[in-house]
Design a binder for this molecule. Structure first.
Ligand code: SF4
Length: 485
């Protein structure tokens, strides 16, 4: 991996700077304060007229940013980080001479910045323009943020006593090469039963906690991993345990993402449990790519699973695609979109490939479509969604995304997945169960969130499930106190 070295008096800001450097230079390592630095950054603060200012200067004043601080420790920390990023961005833009689609934005949730401006009293248009001005976001990305917020504003907003429910099943039949989720292979299956037993305990205790705290489930989402990689009897046990929660929600999603895990018995269990939305994820409709990315199912299996779900009466099927897969070009991606249009799901999510492992990047490097082609693929996805009469309703970004693009969820009117929005915008409490799941509690003060983490290791989770329950109880016993995020 390439490395870049930085000389600075503010090493605490180097991770933020590295994020911007990676937008321009790919997967680099930033070495801090080692001899022979490639460039330098200085950070200084001064008080003028009773106001503290922060100033960041880079590369002998080739780039410079400064702003007023507020006196609020949390906000000022964010402002210092923002200035470091903006200054790095200025420098990179001058050096490389191009503007990335999201400008200097590297965060996961760009729409939240627009909401933050709206909370200051600005209209949606004015707020979006302000975000564009600060971060140099392209018109194209600005338009999608505006469209998304317009859709989100038509949906029911979460109430303080409502809570989304998440259950994680961290198993898959095989591991996709690009996977960054917590997911173990089912393997011989020896962990499945103990996992389900632990989960049943956590679900029962969580139901009791909700009652005690007068919290009402708002949406239900079972993800992972792939929940349908559990054998039908175990899947039924989880659904049975969670029924008291599911029955209170009008939106109940179960990811059945891998077509090779779907059969009539499992779909019947989901149907019996009144699941309203499932995902059947093709990712691509090219067998040669599926093999390359380790999905171990065929396009035909995807089609069969989709038709079976339809035949059994599922009226909301979501399909996920990935733009930028190795060996694919625009016309291959358009083939996948045409196939999807033909099936006519109620919603689709167009992801952009994100490769976090350097070894995989190295392996695929020569066959990955370039940034411009990925941008065209993302545009083709938006166009196909429009042709299917879908609207964009949520978006998020990840690190190391091909072409610096994003992931966008599209849905027919009335089919937006509210859980996805709540999760990405962080606007609702979430009670999460299962290995690696994160429970979130929102406090009255805007933007103040505390989290309780479940251990990620599956064996640890099985052994320590009572402790996971205790963490949730503690979270709901707490006052606003220290902010953890
Ligand atoms: S199906 Fe999803 S969770 Fe499972 S291995 Fe593939 S990417 Fe990971």
């Amino acid at each position: 991996m390439k490395s870049v070295s930085l000389y600075t008096c503010a090493p605490q800001l180097s991770n933020d700077m590295a994020e911007v450097l990676r937008v321009y230079m790919g997967n680099i390592t930033l070495l801090v304060n080692e001899p022979g630095g490639d460039f330098c950054m200085t950070h200084s603060e001064e008080i003028r007229d009773n106001t503290r200012f922060v100033r960041i200067v880079m590369a002998d004043s080739a780039a410079e940013e400064s702003t007023k601080l507020t006196g609020d420790e949390v906000i000022d920390k964010r402002l210092r980080r923002r200035m470091a990023k903006l200054c790095t961005y200025q420098l990179m833009k001058k050096h490389f001479g191009f503007t990335p689609p999201w400008g200097s934005l590297t965060g996961i949730r760009p729409t939240r910045l627009v909401y933050a401006e709206m909370e200051k009293g600005k209209s949606l248009d004015a707020a979006a323009q302000e975000v564009q001005r600060i971060f140099d976001v392209s018109d194209e990305k600005l338009a999608i943020m505006r469209d998304i917020i317009t859709v989100q504003q038509t949906l029911p907003q979460p109430k303080p006593d409502e809570i989304d429910i998440y259950i994680g099943i961290p198993f898959c039949v095989s591991r996709c090469a690009y996977c960054s989720f917590l997911s173990g292979e089912v393997g011989k299956g020896e962990l499945l039963k103990p996992y389900v037993e632990a989960l049943e305990r956590e679900i029962a205790a969580s139901i009791a906690l909700l009652k005690e705290k007068n919290l009402r489930p708002r949406t239900f989402y079972m993800g992972g991993g792939t929940p349908t990689s559990l054998p039908a009897p175990l899947l039924s046990r989880v659904l049975h345990a969670a029924r008291p929660l599911m029955d209170q929600c009008s939106e109940v999603t179960v990811e059945a993402g891998r077509p090779d895990t779907i059969d009539r018995d499992k779909l019947q269990s989901l149907k019996d449990a009144r699941v309203t939305r499932i995902s059947v994820n093709p990712q691509t409709m090219h067998d040669v790519t599926l093999e390359k990315i380790g999905r171990r199912h065929t396009c035909r299996q995807t089609e069969e699973a989709y038709h079976l779900a339809r035949e059994m009466g599922f009226s909301h099927i979501n399909m996920d695609l990935i733009a930028g897969l190795p060996g694919e070009n625009l016309s291959m991606f358009q083939d996948t979109l045409a196939w999807l249009k033909n099936l006519a799901p109620e919603s689709m999510t167009v992801h952009t490939l994100s490769i976090k492992r350097a070894s995989l990047l190295h392996l695929w490097e020569a066959s990955l479509p370039d940034g411009e082609m990925v941008a065209d693929m993302v545009r083709a996805g938006a166009l196909a969604a429009q042709e299917m009469h879908m609207q964009p309703y949520y978006l998020y970004r990840q690190k190391y995304m091909a072409g610096n693009q994003e992931n966008v969820g599209y849905a027919l009117k009335g089919h937006a997945c509210v859980y996805n929005i709540d999760m990405m915008e962080e606007t609702a409490n979430i009670l999460a169960m299962g290995a690696g799941a994160t429970t979130k509690r929102l406090f009255d003060r805007k933007g103040f969130i505390k989290r309780a983490f479940n251990v990620s290791d599956i064996r640890q989770y099985i052994d320590r499930v009572d402790e996971m329950v205790e963490r949730k109880r503690e979270l709901w016993g707490e006052n606003e106190g220290t902010v953890l995020s």
